[in-house]
Design a protein around this ligand. Sequence first.
Ligand code: F6R
Length: 610
Amino acid sequence: MCGVIGYVGSKSCARLIFDGLKRLEYRGYDSAGIAVLDHGKIELVKAEGKLVHLEPRLEELPLKATMGMGHTRWATHGAPTARNAHPHLHGDLVIIHNGIIENYRELKEQLMKSGVEFKSDTDTEVVLHQLHAELERTKDLKAAIMETVKHLRGAYALGIMYAREPGQMYVVKQGSPVVLGAGDGENFFGSDALALLPHTNRAVFLMDGEFARLKADSIEVWDFAGKSVRRDPAVLNWSASSADKQGYKHYMLKEIHEQPAVMSSILSRLVDLKENTFVDKETGIDALDLGRIKNVAIVACGTAHYAGQIGRYMIEEFTRLPANVELASEFRYRNPCIDASTLVIAVSQSGETADTLACVKHAVERGCQVMSICNVRFSSIPRASHAVLYMEAGPEVGVASTKAFTAMVLSFYVLSLAIGEKLKTVAARRLEKSFDSMRHLPALVDRAVNAAGVIEEIAHKLYEAQNMLFIGRGPSFPVATEGALKLKEISYIHAEGYAGGELKHGPIALVDRHMPVVSIAPRDNQYEKMISNIEEVRARQGRIIGVGDIEDERFRSICEHYIPCPQIGDDHLQSILSVIPLQLLAYYVADMRGTDVDQPRNLAKSVTVE
Ligand code: F6R
């Protein structure tokens, strides 16, 4: 987590860096700082809390400074205080860091024995002092960096400036994301391309084990052994305005409303809806040896994991391959039964989630075929995979994932049908019906999003609740868990999602007249069973908030509140429509409670630590 950004050029840089940090604030927001280098001197400001607290201090930085770097922190080692905020300075050397230095304790002990005094509780400060010591020895910053990385274990994206070497800065990458931006007479680095987009769409991607020297007019890259590496810039196709709020109160609301367009754009790239065919190059399956696959393991975290659970239903139905879904943080550390006959599908919006990335690397080592479903192009997970399906949902800035979830579900739908067609495990009639459903999907998603008014009214009745349950069956079960996650992460109301049939095995004990139970019951093959589960809750005086067919009077009549949801007549795609009311409900409840919807406490958008 944490966001890093750097600039070297001819413009006054303090404000520019601050604005870049604002674009990265979703990565962490418990303290922030900026260092600039001007006339051979490093000037530094830091503040605890969000970036608004740093802003008034910008005027302390020299206006004329044309190189500098900034950091917004998500604390791992050391409390979120100004003292632990980055950049960290020692003598003429200043660094920022995203990642975790795993062996920092032993390095710290050694450094302390040699007389170093630490000013913070961070793991980062050991890198600073180690580098300083190597610099004393080698008198050359590039050589000192190459020596320092030999001592470090863990993940790091580092930005380094040295007052005695003005006009240049170093960027070092091992395990944490960092992108270089190539401008005209100016160069940049940032944790992701979003921060750089207002300035350049030409990005240079460093690989792990590489470092770069940025000057205003050059970018040089080496590996950790000092061998020069050639890296041409890639051109990014996101526009800077796609990362703006565009009049919405929050990014999350804007991103919810983008879903009809996202669905259309995914379908127009992955499927030819006139010919009823799939575009194999875009779905990524042309890079797979389908004949080799005997089983599928889906790995992901959080919301992506819930999308993976729906994906599993689709993979099993359309390809008849046994599929498992696993939390990436668990999968990696338990000797899973995977081999060359396994297709591992890694799902990640950011493409940088450390646990998911670790699974991908592990699966590649075990000889599996690895495919990723990702949003951010050129990010680490797709780069480490054999095949990629890019969702291209556009930048998702709100920390709570919305459009990425529905984009993942639709990507799984297309992918599993495309594989099923090739393996001849999906009947022609079913395929035809699916193409038909896909044609209707964007318009129905639009209708679902436009039911916001009803949901806002219901949110008024619920926003003071202390607990909430979400229930569903079949694909609506992962939808329920995703709805609960959305609510808890942005409103801080305790919420849990359960399979409808599971409630009576324990959780129903929680139900009383104060407990809202959001019940998702589309007209699918589990409808009758679901209605029975809802009746069980009603019999215990639970408050039923129904999400179901617009014309379902029977369901509506047993609910305290009812959210009509368009029906598509396809159980898998229905999950896309059913989750939208839950996203909106979480949004309005959180907004009414006055929480920071886009940047909820303790969270970060891109989880680059394990
Ligand atoms: C919840 C949320 C997180 C992410 C999870 C994985 O709203 O956004 O649970 O889904 O951190 O992130 P990615 O998809 O980037 O791997």
